[in-house]
Design a protein around this ligand. Structure first.
Ligand code: 0O2
Length: 224
């Protein structure tokens, strides 16, 4: 499957037809670019794992529940570039996409999200490029999550390179909602899509109220 997606990406790039050689060299460059993003993910997840380890020892409660990550698939990369009216080329990937490397942090409580975001961005090798707070400003469909685009230095054998990583931080409940909504979004031929969207929107409101109440209870029993 991965190979097919890679082909789909490469097929959309303008390279001369005849050339197994050029194609192979382009595929190599693509692989190298993905390797660079993978390394940036490793750097960010290591930082988060260190924070998680430290807090599990030094504090009575660790705000980080779990850490996930993904590299954007070649097909999604190509689709997003096309959707945004950009060239499909290697240069265009680095120039126009912020979320090829994605790290997701799952927290128990809403306040934990801001605690983790601050702990990460106050590290002096991280550059914070952009923040989208979909918790304070939820999307119309009900999506809630805290997004940051950061740049992190990665040290290779011959150079230091700053790489962009999208960090999404959300509660367990927000993550549960986003997984189902993501599934619905990409599933074809769903009966009554408007009805499903309305029900999901309702669930997002319920989840948001529950997240707040859980936080209030945790504060009340002095857990936070
Ligand atoms: P996938 O499949 O997760 O890779 P920008 O990147 O800032 O130029 P964009 O992509 O609109 O513009 O940024 P935004 O809004 O921060 O969204 C980035 C990612 O957040 C999305 O990536 C999703 O992972 C997630 N996301 C945003 N909105 C929603 C939503 O309504 N529902 C769900 N389930 N996830 C959402 P991709 O590339 O869209 O998808």
């Amino acid at each position: 499957m991965e190979k097919e997606l890679k082909k789909a990406f490469l097929a959309q790039v303008n390279i001369p037809e005849d050339t197994g050689k050029i194609f192979a060299s382009y595929a190599k460059q693509f692989e190298e670019l993905m390797m660079i993003y993978q390394c940036a993910i490793q750097e960010v997840t290591t930082k988060l794992e260190i924070l998680s380890h430290e807090m599990s020892v030094r504090q009575q409660r660790n705000p980080i529940e779990s850490i996930k990550y993904r590299i954007k698939k070649p097909k999604s990369i190509a689709e997003k570039l096309i959707r945004n009216g950009k060239d499909v080329s290697l240069e265009s990937v680095s120039e126009n996409l912020n979320d090829v490397a994605g790290v997701r942090v799952i927290c128990s409580f809403i306040e934990d999200i801001y605690t983790v975001a601050n702990m990460l961005t106050q590290q002096d090798d991280i550059v914070l490029l952009a923040v989208k707070d979909y918790i304070k400003n939820p999307k119309p469909n009900g999506y809630r999550s805290y997004h940051m685009i950061i740049e992190i230095p990665v040290f290779f054998s011959d150079k230091k390179q700053y790489i962009k990583v999208e960090v999404q931080i959300r509660t367990i409940a927000m993550d549960f909602w986003a997984s189902l909504e993501h599934h619905v979004k990409y599933k074809k031929d769903i009966p009554d899509p408007e009805g499903i969207a309305a029900r999901l929107q309702k669930c997002a409101e319920v989840i948001s109220a529950t997240d707040e109440e859980m936080q209030n209870i945790a504060k009340h029993i002095e857990m936070l």
